[in-house]
Design a protein around this ligand. Structure first.
Ligand code: S3P
Length: 425
């Protein structure tokens, strides 16, 4: 689908963006392997989280959906049943990697597949540690890639140093650790999002973090509880950047998850001189939430590198858009993980923003972005990557004529009503 985006002179208003994708996935998965009913409110009904629901229904779990409230009738730690069909995760890396940790320990075998993007994304990062735990898991067509075949078996605990800062890998191991005999230790070189640790503990798990050493001790059972999902900071980020770069703008984004393992984007934009305020801090089932207020600002270039990168990994495409309008040259380093997301986000952002007149040099681990850009409207391509589509739309608000986004419907993965929000503001 083609979408026309027109430049805007001002953006004003108060919005609530949809629920957090990471937390929505986890609430379904952990609810499914807990005893009792997990009622999830503020659930993100985007395509990725619906793929998680579809997989768990095939594993025998009853799940009711009514608007953004989801009820998961948990089966307990040992209650999933063998699916009669191949599990399909669609576009969702979180689903395939996390579910692998659960399926590795089940008393049945099954297969998992996904779309053409999923089949290109590395799965060896979960296959390696799960195999060390005794799992029988392999790529059916190609080593290290989906579709995967998993022969569930009894797992042993391990001590494992994560080679990449990845919450998906950490979470797969933590889920497998629930079924192991002894405590499992994961050493995390750089902290990644910790929603799994928070929610599993809330459901009765025993996971401790001792200075980057995460120790998960086995428990007999998990118990489902109500989960209220905060708005997704990754979706809010598009409107934070829009509010900073579009003239005469003032936007308030309500009830956003501000877990400190996710707030890199706020810190980076503030470091550039962005006028962003975090107001009305609160807590929902162990996750901090707050309102975010953004006002048009003059931005300065910065260098983005090191431990902040995993804290804003999904926001780097839209951060690159902010950098186009900063004074000076912004450098992004240590972000090679962007190459193995839904698309190669370094190459794709440089190419597509380049069509609008941006000057972005691709490097092996990031980008060099020239600021003070003047963008022209152009025909650009989302590469079927939701965050690319939305980042290009934000850049288009500052172009001097209409921009056309090809395959614009990919926003349905994480933010189905995204384009309506632009109109609302
Ligand atoms: C996610 C973790 C991140 C992120 C993804 C969601 C999660 O991936 O990019 O969108 O929910 O755990 P990695 O853990 O692979 O960095």
């Amino acid at each position: 689908m083609l979408k026309n985006i027109y430049p805007k002179k001002s953006l004003k208003g108060t919005i609530t963006v949809p629920g957090d994708k990471s937390i929505s996935h986890r609430a379904v998965m952990f609810g499914a392997i807990s005893k009792g009913v997990t009622e999830i409110t503020g659930f993100l009904t985007g395509d990725d989280c619906m793929s998680t629901i579809s997989c768990f229904r095939k594993l025998g779990v009853d799940i009711d959906i009514s608007e953004d409230t989801v009820k998961v009738y948990g089966k307990g730690l040992n209650g999933l049943s063998k699916p009669s069909e191949i599990l399909d995760v669609g576009n969702s890396g979180t689903t395939i990697r996390l579910i692998s940790g659960i399926l590795a320990a089940q008393p049945f075998s099954c297969q998992i597949t996904g779309d053409s993007s999923i089949k290109k994304r590395p799965m060896s990062r979960v296959i390696t540690p799960l195999s060390l735990m005794g799992a029988k898991i392999n790529g059916i067509e190609k080593d290290g890639f989906a579709p995967l075949h998993i022969d569930g078996t009894k797992l042993q605990s391990i001590e494992y140093k994560l080679p990449v800062a990845s919450a998906q890998v950490k979470s797969a191991i933590l889920l497998a650790s629930l079924f192991a005999d002894k405590p499992t230790t994961i050493i995390e070189p750089i902290a990644s999002r910790n929603h799994t640790e928070i929610m599993l503990n809330y459901f009765g798990a025993d996971i401790k973090n001792e200075n980057g050493k995460i120790i998960s001790s086995p428990v007999k059972q998990l118990y489902g509880k109500p989960v209220s999902v905060p708005s997704d900071i990754s979706s809010a980020a598009f409107f934070m950047v829009a509010g900073l770069i579009v003239p005469d703008s003032h936007i308030i984004i309500k009830n956003v998850g501000v877990n400190e393992t996710r707030t890199g984007i706020i810190n980076a934009l503030k470091k550039m001189g962005g006028n962003i305020k975090v107001l009305n801090q609160n807590n929902e089932n162990g996750e901090p939430v707050a309102d975010i207020e953004v006002t048009t600002s003059k931005l300065n270039a910065i260098t983005l590198e090191g431990s902040i990168i995993p804290k804003m990994i999904d926001e780097i495409p839209v951060f690159a858009v902010a950098a186009l309008f900063a004074d000076g040259t912004t450098i992004i380093k240590d972000a090679e993980e962007l190459k193995v997301k839904e698309s190669n986000r370094i190459a794709v952002m440089a190419e597509e923003l380049g069509k609008m007149g941006a000057n972005i040099e691709e490097t092996s681990d990031g980008m060099i972005i020239k600021g003070n850009s003047v963008l022209q409207g152009a025909e650009v391509e989302s590469h079927n990557d939701h965050r690319v589509a939305m980042s290009l739309a934000i850049a288009a608000l500052k172009a001097n004529s209409k921009t056309i986004i090809n395959n614009s419907e990919s926003v349905a993965i994480s933010f189905p009503s995204f384009y309506d929000y632009i109109e609302k503001l």
